[in-house]
Design a protein around this ligand. Structure first.
Ligand SMILES: Cc1cc2nc3c(=O)[nH]c(=O)nc-3n(C[C@H](O)[C@H](O)[C@H](O)COP(=O)(O)O)c2cc1C
Length: 273
């Protein structure tokens, strides 16, 4: 079965799809319609650029159907100022309302996050959503146990005063690891992912950026990630598939805080060469 499905009434044979195919595997035969070059089906990475770039909606693909590829709406495009404020005003949220996030909301968020780019368009990132408060507390406690171990090294303690502080706060009853977040989302990828941690990080960045648009807040859970990397049993308690060496957890919930300003950041070091 041909990979490309061409609507011959709509196709203008302008060659746009062939010119924009990243693998250059589409040809436009003399007097014919676009098609995958003979023997090149396996080289298609199913990125859907051919479907997305056709201005005449003339092209579909066996795996990327035009009916599942919504039109880009001009009226939904955001201005540069809107984009800049949106990106710069995202904050890490460390105080959450004790209010659950409903499953459909989490699913909608992940639906967007799964559209982040992946190396070779492999799309191997998987999602684990933890909402059981007692399990989240247990995982935070196991992370604290690991932090206590590494903080025994005077060099580590001296280099990271934050660790001493977070242990003291934990002992005083504050969850300084997972911040009592009602949800922990863990994105993970199997060993065969070409750029596993990169793909996971990009997917979570999409989730991180989409969350505020849905009234939600996030915070990357770096301490838990450190514990998961160093203590395999914590990975098991979290529930990461055994063949997923790439993973990162992020906290999610409704923010208790509202922010009014965009804080200053270091000036970027840029080299034009
Ligand atoms: C990879 C990564 C891991 C992080 N881990 C933690 C963490 O374990 N606990 C925490 O409170 N914040 C964590 N953060 C949040 C950073 O401290 C935060 O991004 C930084 O202070 C800038 O603040 P902003 O995100 O509000 O702009 C992490 C951020 C990143 C990118």
């Amino acid at each position: 079965m041909a990979l490309l499905i061409v609507d011959k009434n709509k196709c203008r044979r302008d060659g746009i799809c062939a010119g924009k195919c990243p693998g250059l595997i589409i040809q436009l035969p003399e007097g014919g319609f676009p098609e995958i070059k003979p023997g090149m089906d396996a080289a298609c990475i199913e990125c859907g650029h051919c479907v997305a770039v056709c201005p005449h909606a003339a092209l579909s693909h066996q795996k990327i159907r035009i009916e599942n590829s919504p039109e880009i709406l001009e009226e939904l495009k955001i201005s540069m100022r809107q984009a800049e404020q949106f990106l710069r005003s995202r904050r890490s949220i460390r105080v959450y309302q004790q209010k659950p996030v409903d499953r459909n909301t989490i699913k909608r968020l992940i639906e967007v996050a799964r559209c982040a780019p992946t190396a070779g368009n492999r799309q191997l990132v998987e999602w684990l959503v933890l909402t059981d408060a007692s399990k989240i507390k247990k995982i935070a406690g196991l992370t604290v146990d690991w932090v206590r171990q590494i903080a025994k090294d005077p060099q580590v303690a001296a280099a990271s005063p934050y660790l001493t502080m977070m242990l003291a706060e934990w002992d005083a009853g504050f969850d300084t690891v997972l911040r009592n977040a009602p949800v922990i989302v863990v994105a993970s990828a199997p060993a065969e992912a070409m750029n596993g941690l990169g793909d996971v990080t990009l997917a979570l960045s999409y989730l991180d950026l989409m969350a505020p648009a849905m009234g939600l807040g996030t915070c990357w859970a770096g301490l838990l990630h450190g514990a998961m990397l160093n203590v395999p049993s914590i990975r098991e308690v979290v529930g990461i598939p055994a063949n997923h060496p790439h993973h990162y957890p992020i906290m999610l919930g409704y923010s208790e805080a509202k922010y009014y300003r965009v804080p200053e950041r270091k000036a970027p070091k840029i080299v034009f060469a």
